[in-house]
Design a protein around this ligand. Sequence first.
Ligand SMILES: [Zn+2]
Ligand SMILES: [Zn+2]
Length: 234
Amino acid sequence: MLPRPTRTGEFEVTRPRPARDRVRGKAVGRIPWWYSPWGHLAFPSLLGIGLIAASIALLDRPSWLELASVPLVLALVNVNEWHIHRNILHRRSWPLEFLFWRHTPEHHVIFVRDDMAMRDTREFRLVLIPFYGIVAIFVVTLPITAALWFLVSPNVALLWVASTMGYVVSYEWLHLAYHLPDANPIGRSPLIRRLRRHHAVHHTPELMQRWNFNVTVPLGDWLLGTIHPDTRRA
Ligand SMILES: [Zn+2]
Ligand SMILES: [Zn+2]
């Protein structure tokens, strides 16, 4: 991944609602007519759950030590989530620059701290990662899966697949939950409210380049000292 110098100053100011609505209108206007929001949510969810179920079904009496790889993998993936969000979604990085353009000038301009809610299910397109993202992650991590299979044990490789796929599905569901309208009961549960507050601080344009990069559990932000003080005060 090659980071490129990225000027983000113009996106680091909270724009008035009419200006944000213009960006929203253009982004929604680019969504093709055949776009299915529920299909976009179902594809990674069902594929991820299917791969988790298949991996667990193939486990052969895993030892406690092998099972202990799961929390370790989840912690490492959490720090990687922090890295990808900070360095690929908020800075242009070849060859994944399209992820920057979807995220910083679009997702962050449209949704700001006090206006986080999607207005329509078609806006799933502005929140979820591209539908093929989970396939790309599975394929890109295959060398790690193979190395674990042959160098450690097939059980650890299967637990790795289950953990990473579970992580991707959780990321999608949580991020979508944070951008639900206030009246939605999912967004009002205490756990989601707490995590959503963390993400909402990140949606302050003036703070987004520096703070609260975890979208799931803020472990990476805690370890790397990027939890904004407002998150704790709120
Ligand atoms: Zn968001
Ligand atoms: Zn962001």
